[in-house]
Design a protein around this ligand. Structure first.
Ligand SMILES: Nc1ncnc2c1ncn2[C@@H]1O[C@H](COP(=O)(O)OP(=O)(O)OP(=O)(O)O)[C@@H](O)[C@H]1O
Ligand SMILES: [Mg+2]
Length: 248
């Protein structure tokens, strides 16, 4: 199978803490892959490796490769700003900038000198299923939106950069069930156009949205497969124990 993005024998240390241990994991294009596993097993660390967000932490040391369109993103000549534009990220806690709704979305496109910013803003808000709720108050502060709206705004902000891959780190854990189901619906809509990776502690969510699931434990990627297989017939006992709620 050919992958959109793929780690090969990826190791990461925070100082002397060995947080990722030889992780080899391929993410197929235009699919949703869920990453699950107990707290502290390295899920966030792993997705932050995929757009080099860990570069920002100075005690981090990384060995191994991350191939994106068959090129190692850790090669010296890689433009990290461009990389993060193509591989966007949405965090657990919605983090709108302290500016208007419009400016939140327009910020990235303006910095990158993209034209038709008005159109980009409208399209991104539409794609993030937020346009109808905010089109009459684009100049209002983004901080005035509800948590669920803020999260969709953050997704719109990511979409505005026309990424190919979107990394979601527990995007719904601060949201109520209705907002959660909107985000899941949105991910479903984006399925064919984007490669999406979602870290989640919610097993039902993983089962609902993803085609593939990878189970992490203590820094290792223990098992990956079709979500249905992982949930119904896991190979590893620890995967089964985790999924059935026996630990984690
Ligand atoms: N900035 C950091 N500095 C030092 N150690 C860190 C840092 N970030 C994470 N770690 C350590 O790396 C390991 C993996 O953490 P990570 O945040 O990736 O786990 P996680 O699977 O995302 O957990 P959770 O489900 O709680 O979000 C943990 O032992 C954690 O303490
Ligand atoms: Mg995490």
């Amino acid at each position: 199978m050919s992958y959109k993005i793929e780690s090969r024998n990826l190791n990461l240390w925070y100082g002397s803490t060995h947080a990722l241990k030889g992780v080899t994991l391929g993410i197929p294009e235009s699919t949703i892959t869920a990453l699950i596993g107990p707290s502290g097993c390295g899920k966030s660390t792993f997705i932050r490796c995929l757009n080099r967000m860990n570069d920002l932490i100075d005690i981090v040391r990384i060995e191994g490769e991350v191939l994106y369109d068959n090129k190692n993103i850790y090669d010296k000549d890689v433009d990290v700003v461009e990389l993060r534009k193509r591989i966007g990220m949405v965090f657990q806690k919605p983090n709108p900038f302290p500016m208007s709704i419009f400016d939140n979305i327009a910020y990235g496109p303006r910095i990158h000198g993209m034209s038709n910013v008005d159109k980009i803003v409208e399209r991104s808000l539409n794609d993030a299923a937020l346009w109808e709720e905010v089109s009459d108050r684009l100049d209002s502060p983004a901080m005035g939106l509800s948590g669920g709206q803020q999260q969709r705004l953050c997704i719109a902000r990511t979409l505005a950069m026309r990424p190919e891959v979107i990394l979601f780190d527990e995007p719904c854990s601060a949201l109520d069930p209705i907002s959660t189901s909107k985000i899941e619906g949105l991910m479903d809509e984006l399925r064919s156009e984007y490669t999406q990776i979602i870290v989640t502690h919610n097993m039902q969510q993983a089962a609902r949205v993803s085609e593939y699931t990878a189970f992490f434990l203590l820094g290792e990627m223990l098992e990956v497969g079709r979500t249905k297989e992982i949930f119904e017939n896991p190979r590893e006992k620890s995967t089964e124990d985790y999924i059935t709620g026996r630990f984690g």
